[in-house]
Write a protein that binds this ligand. Sequence first.
Ligand code: COA
Length: 335
Amino acid sequence: MQFQNKKKVATITAVGMYVPEKILDNKYLESIVDTSDEWIMTRTGIRERRIMENGATSDMAVKACEDLFKTTSVKPEEIDVIIVATVTPDMLFPATACLVQEKIGATKAWGFDLSAACSAFLFALQTGASLIESGTYKKVLVIGSDKMSSIVDYTDRNTCILFGDLASAVLLEPTENQNIGIKDSMLFSDGSGKDALQMKAGGSLNPASHETIDKKWHYIYQDGKAVFKVAVKGMADVSYEIMKRNNLTSDDVAYLVPHQANLRIIDATAERMGISKEKVMINIDRYGNTTAATIPSCLTEYYRDGKIKKGDNLILAAFGAGYTWGAIYLTWGLD
Ligand code: COA
């Protein structure tokens, strides 16, 4: 008998999301900080964001998973691994993945949180894909969930206009169809960017104290201009490189699925790839920057709207705190 060692490929077999009900629009922000709807729209592309009023990141993640499980025959108790991409875990420990595991009844799963800020969903997706490619695991839930409102200073106009709360999840399973699935990734970290975008306190460097609270170190700090410059270059370059490395032309790419931080960064990335606006997934106008949830929520919405079809080549791309950045090339496998 001939020994067959077909490479296992991971593919997304289900998607889901949770959108909190409360809307925070630019008009409201005008009433609490010195800003305007016009400034926010032209500089960022954001019109409104969602706020999770009662509950934490794990609660949003659970609702996204419940939404996902409605669409697949896979049951929570069949899940092998849960990866929660987040910068707003319920607590520093235990991991939010454990809380989600218990709440959804994934009785045989192990899991962990992955902290890579706005690139976390990409890092988690590649990690999940590798677990499947290893042949050891067959059902991996990759969740992006962030309650950004819990770390936003609503007196700081530089940051409070940007972020929102959202959760979304994908299920990864192996496929022997070599035409679909996750095909390539280029992921990077550069810790020299740590001072430009961070939450200073609450960890072992600056444990919570009266001083850290007085200095507002438990909120997001961002040097927007500095991050903007590197984000434009980082996201555009890596998206172009992954296309080149896989011999893809802009015609071969059905969609760019960018992290939703700023419409101007997204436009610059699409331009570098030679991709027209209609082929760029966008939901920043309705949700703002939802950190780990931006990319899976775009996938969920565009798939449910019938805009992605089986066989479509997608380039997922992100840039975030760390710095962290990267791109993933996949071919959509869901009908
Ligand atoms: N409303 C009105 N004016 C504002 C404002 C607001 N909400 N926030 C800042 N401003 C002012 C600034 O004070 C500045 O005024 P000044 O020229 O008098 O000093 C002016 O607008 C321009 O500020 P600047 O920071 O240069 O704006 P920008 O065009 O760079 O836009 C961001 C700011 C934050 C939207 C943009 O820098 C950005 O998106 N950065 C990257 C975000 C990102 O990708 N993060 C990584 C992933 S999370």
